[in-house]
Design a binder for this molecule. Sequence first.
Ligand code: AP5
Ligand code: MG
Length: 193
Amino acid sequence: MKGFWINICGVNVVIVIFLGPPGAGKGTKAKKLSDYFEWRHLSTGDLLRNEVKNETELGLLANEFMKKGDLVPDKIIINMISNILVNQNAGIVLDGFPRTIDQARSLRHSLEDISKKIDKVLFLDVEESKIISRLTNRGRKDDDPKVIVNRLKTYGDLTQPLISFYEKEGLIEKIDGNGTEENVFNNLLKVMA
Ligand code: AP5
Ligand code: MG
């Protein structure tokens, strides 16, 4: 897995990570931010859903985890990402990756190998009641109430520890994600300035 980031060799490659619970607004804000700066938006959730839709081998395997609200194993995710990040020479917004300490370590080692670094980790903080109402109203396949409960638990167990992981590196920018789309995006732009 070492060196999977090796092809990101452009000058001034900005690397931004969105962190936050399911329904925090990572996807919608990552898209807006990447459109705004003309960076690439890379969502592991979207990539996986595409594989599921196309009924690929990877999709069929990943779906077994996704439909329950569990994480897809790290190895599969890292391999999937490595196949896509070829000759990346613009900024990149990572949405839904890394999601475990092992994924974060893998990313860190790969970036160290090529003397690149993460610029910011944007942590979208949203109240749980708001998360549940947003997800229930959206109605994606994994937005079923029981699956939402497991996604939130999985987030707490495996992804939330990344906040202190990145806090130690001074990279976390906490953003109140409870407001309107416009309000949250304006807060993001202030942090990016
Ligand atoms: P993923 O697709 O990443 O889902 P998630 O983390 O559960 O988060 P969501 O996409 O549901 O929420 P979001 O924070 O993106 O919010 P959004 O902007 O959509 O992952 C899905 C699954 O794939 C995982 O469970 C796992 O199985 C697997 N997976 C993915 N990455 C993986 C990885 N790295 N490792 C292992 N497994 C992985 O907003 C939600 C809704 O709220 C929308 O309808 C939106 O319009 C609305 N909304 C957002 N912001 C606002 C606002 N400010 N005001 C009003 N409405 C808002
Ligand atoms: Mg999303």
